[in-house]
Design a binder for this molecule. Structure first.
Ligand code: URA
Length: 424
């Protein structure tokens, strides 16, 4: 079977069989199939789509393009959470230790931020000394002694995805549901987990801007996970405003510590508990008093142990920006908009994120004390506090932040955070 025959078949809308898909992905991973043929197939998939069976086969082929971790030697059900990414989404950081404190094992492979969305690895690296690149024996030992470990993707995990994602980025083939599903699920399934909860973000600060697209992605992720024999639930959650009250790496670690002390903002603390419930349900662990583990110090203790195993030192303090500048409310009223995309852009301007993968970031900068939709503010009260080290163009930053907020004279109903749950 020549690669062009597979491309032609998909171009004309036919269904590829398992062997055609695995041969193509193997050939591409090994360098026998060049980028131009992979690009042509990606574009054919973009236009023609894939059936659930084809998507599952593509996921399986990409997962087996590299190493599949086998944590079976570690007792307990292995369960993870994946978020499609948003602004202020620090939930993995308190969630993994909370779920570990309830008795499940969380082998979490996380990503870095790109563009306006943040990444868990960048946030964790704001903790002095935290190493995201543990060796496999260190990762296993952390899972065994603590119950959770948060590391970065290694070169051996799903290398086909690594190559294909870079190619999709430059060939306008990123926004394709089967390609996104296989990309996310091949990496997650390579962790050797039994169950997965997906947090599909929907709104201005997310990849999926509307509910129809978010639903299609959530359904694709759930169907593919199930076809691979895993227990999977997806939640579609609002990303029209940032999650919690902080955006920026060290600031989000501080909010995560607040959540682990039972004192986080209502939305980020509530979502942490909801996602934990879904993870524990999939892991067949009875949910009793999981909320109290955020107030009795047991989830915090797990987090501190995990940080120590990763070489981090929480006692060294978190990096702090040189200037804290309040953004005053122009009038009294109720917050009717706090646009996630604009806040994400502002945080990028401050230096908290990267425009391209090779950029460096400043862990100290960002935005805190964000006011949420529905809250009342008095004229002159801060809408947020800017944490700056002077990297930004100040007028561009203020212009971006001023467009982020809208204030209404009439009371505004806060939007629901959980929009839909897709559990098959
Ligand atoms: N995240 C991924 O890992 N892959 C995609 O294709 C999109 C988002």
């Amino acid at each position: 079977m020549l690669p062009q025959w597979t491309i032609e078949k998909k171009r004309d809308g036919a269904e590829l069989d398992s062997v055609e898909i695995s041969d193509f992905i193997n050939g591409y991973t090994q360098g026998d199939i060049p980028d131009y043929q992979m690009s042509a197939l990606a574009m054919a998939i973009y236009f023609q789509g894939m059936t659930p069976r084809e998507t599952a086969d593509l996921t399986l082929a990409m997962m087996h393009s590299g190493k599949v971790i086998d944590p079976d030697s570690i007792p307990g059900t292995k369960v993870d959470k994946h978020s499609t990414g948003g602004i202020g989404d620090k939930i993995s950081i308190p969630l993994a230790p909370l779920v570990a404190a309830c008795g499940a094992v969380v082998p979490m492979i996380s990503g870095r931020g790109l563009g306006i969305t943040g990444g868990t690895l960048d946030k964790l690296e704001a903790i002095p000394g935290y190493r995201v690149g543990l060796s496999e024996p260190e990762f296993f030992q952390t899972l065994e002694t603590v119950g959770c470990s948060m590391i970065g993707q290694t070169a051996e995990i799903a290398p086909a995805d690594k190559k294909l994602y870079a190619l999709r980025d430059v060939t306008a083939t990123v926004p394709s549901i089967p390609l996104i599903v296989s990309s996310i699920m091949s990496k997650k399934m390579a962790e050797g987990i039994d169950a997965l909860v997906l947090d599909v973000k929907c709104g201005s600060g997310a990849f999926m801007k509307d509910i129809e697209n978010a639903r299609a992605l959530a359904k694709g992720l759930v169907d593919t996970g199930r076809a691979m024999g895993k227990k999977v639930t997806a939640l579609i959650t609002d990303m029209n405003q940032p999650l919690g009250r902080t955006v920026g790496n060290a600031l989000e670690i501080q909010e995560s510590l607040d959540i682990l002390n039972g004192k986080g903002p209502a939305d980020s603390q509530g979502l942490t508990l909801t996602l934990a419930e879904h993870m524990l349900t999939l892991a067949d662990i009875q949910i009793t008093a999981h909320g109290s583990r955020l107030t009795n110090g047991s989830a915090l203790a797990k987090f501190e142990q995990m940080v120590t195993c990763h070489g981090g030192d929480l006692t060294a303090g978190l990096p702090k920006a040189g200037k804290q500048i309040p953004l005053p409310a122009p009038k009294t009223g109720f917050i009717s908009k706090c646009d996630a995309e604009a806040i994400g852009r502002a945080s990028l301007l401050l230096g908290a994120g990267r425009a391209k993968t090779t950029d460096s970031i400043d862990p100290a900068v960002g935005i805190s004390n964000l006011r949420k939709i529905g809250e009342r503010v008095e004229a002159g009260e801060p809408l947020c506090i800017i944490h700056s080290n002077g990297h930004e163009d100040e007028s561009q930053l203020f212009q971006t932040l001023e467009t982020a907020f809208q204030i209404s004279e009439n009371p505004v109903e806060p939007p629901p955070l959980i929009m839909e749950i897709i559990d098959g």
